[in-house]
Design a protein around this ligand. Structure first.
Ligand SMILES: CC(C)(COP(=O)(O)OP(=O)(O)OC[C@H]1O[C@@H](n2cnc3c(N)ncnc32)[C@H](O)[C@@H]1OP(=O)(O)O)[C@@H](O)C(=O)NCCC(=O)NCCS
Length: 144
């Protein structure tokens, strides 16, 4: 598996992975293209045999980073790809200094919650009904 920064030519493949996962942010190809043009965007992708199989998208500015979008193809799930991607993205940030990292996740997204717990993220707060009635967003984060 190769982990690398995503480039403009990856937008269709990023959107194709995202489309397989309703819990992802739903940016679509145009959304990834727009995001990649942001100076604060940090999008990492995982590739196997030249196919893009997963990605993480963060924004990082002024020592603050937010995880905005994460997905791995269902057929490649539970093989450590998201953990490797996020670990790499965080490691690259720490080379540039101190970072406070945060994210929001739906309270019923057990796979993502377990992933973020494994990464050492702790619960910081809650946004009531953020994802609809009875579905709160959990705010998680850590300093690295
Ligand atoms: C969440 C997601 C990105 C995890 O990707 P993944 O590559 O399968 O995750 P990993 O294999 O790196 O797993 C890392 C840890 O996450 C947890 N995890 C991953 N999938 C899980 C599942 N289906 N159920 C429970 N825990 C899970 C485990 O703790 C795992 O560690 P372990 O292997 O030591 O048990 C993937 O399930 C996905 O694309 N989900 C849909 C999109 C989404 O929810 N994005 C996040 C929105 S906030």
């Amino acid at each position: 598996m190769i982990l690398r920064r995503a480039e403009a030519g990856d937008c269709a493949a990023l959107a194709a992975v995202e489309k397989t996962r309703p819990q992802a942010a739903g940016w679509g190809e145009a959304g990834f293209a727009a995001e990649l043009q942001q100076p604060c965007a940090e999008i990492w992708c995982a590739c196997e045999e030249e196919q893009l199989v997963g990605f993480v998208a963060l924004r990082a500015a002024f020592s603050y980073a937010e995880i905005l979008n994460v997905a791995v193809l269902p057929r490649c799930a539970k093989r450590g790809i998201a953990f490797a991607l996020l670990s790499r993205a965080v490691a690259e940030l720490t080379k540039r200094g101190f970072w406070r990292i945060s994210l929001e996740v739906a309270q019923d997204n057990s796979a993502a919650l377990a992933l973020y717990n494994k990464l050492g993220m702790r619960l910081l707060g809650r946004r009531k009904n953020f994802y609809g009635a009875g579905r709160d967003a959990l705010v998680m984060g850590k300093d690295v």
